[in-house]
Design a protein around this ligand. Structure first.
Ligand SMILES: [Zn+2]
Length: 276
């Protein structure tokens, strides 16, 4: 973990001027804010094994719906590392604190023990979460949706042009992710027009430059796969102390045998490990 991880949140806490945030140390905040994502100490630490595209999860915690967030599928894959679950909860809470009544729509995380997820290329190791965008109607009033809405070039929802991508709350969400004091975000996959829109908004409102640069670095449109124009796909970095069994990035050319990493391969009905 780089020293930058510790210094940026502190600088940001001071910049944000939140009395509580500035008074707490980053580590103290982690302990306090893992609240909803707490696990009994006897179970030992949760572990992310392998990579997001070829991995598994041990001891993950379940993300639960709350006043500031709802789940897109109540029975869907909603487990992750405690750091991921806490990050999503904290970000949703921050937005709803500044904009009361805001509810973040959260899609898939990982299965309880990780492994392959039919609809995704990744989400295997408890470090990925899909979260929807916030929208407003023509009167600029917040609107809740039960599904991810694809955004057009002009910020309108493709299937509901009366709804518009809410720059203010979506930026606040991204800012919460990239300045989180307890969890380091590695990537936020999102379509390039959405990324540009958010960065333009951040510049307009005079966001603290290190935060702007960090958001610009973290947000990216994936080179392969879907463009992510209807949700953010948030991936957190391997937690401190888990480097080794937890692999930050998928290996593009060759994959290390999963067994060497202690990864449980999903076994198909025929008893054979399924290949990707
Ligand atoms: Zn995703």
């Amino acid at each position: 973990m780089s020293a930058r991880f510790f210094t940026l949140p502190l600088a940001i806490a001071l910049w944000l001027g939140g009395a509580g945030a500035a008074a707490r140390s980053p580590l103290g905040t982690v302990a306090a804010d893992l609240g909803g994502a707490k696990r009994p100490a006897l179970l030992g630490p949760a572990r992310s094994l392998g990579s997001p595209t070829d991995g598994s999860l041990e001891g993950g915690v379940e993300l639960k719906a709350g006043p500031a967030l709802k789940l897109r599928r109540s029975t869907g894959p909603r487990w992750g590392l405690p750091e991921l679950v806490a990050l999503v909860e904290r970000a949703a809470r921050q937005v709803s604190k500044r904009h009361p009544g805001s509810v973040l729509l959260v899609g898939d995380l990982s299965r309880k023990q990780g492994g392959e997820l039919g609809r995704h290329q990744s989400h295997e190791s408890g470090r990925d979460a899909d979260v929807g965008f916030y929208f407003v109607d023509r009167q600029r009033q917040p609107v809740e949706s039960d599904r991810f809405l694809q955004v057009r070039w002009d910020g309108r929802a493709v299937d509901a042009p009366e709804l518009e991508f809410d720059d203010q709350r979506n930026w606040l969400l991204v800012q919460s992710f990239v300045t989180d004091p307890g969890t380091r975000v590695q990537h936020i996959f999102v379509a390039e027009p959405v990324r540009k829109r958010l960065l333009a908004h951040a510049r307009r409102i005079g966001v603290y430059l290190p935060v702007l640069h960090r958001a610009a670095m973290v947000m990216k449109q994936p080179r392969r796969g879907l463009p992510h124009d209807d949700h953010f796909h948030v991936r957190i970095a391997c937690p401190h102390g888990q480097h080794g069994p937890c692999r930050a990035e998928p290996r593009p050319l060759s994959k290390e045998p999963a067994a060497a990493l202690g990864v449980r391969r999903r076994v198909g009905r025929d008893g054979l490990a399924q290949r990707r």
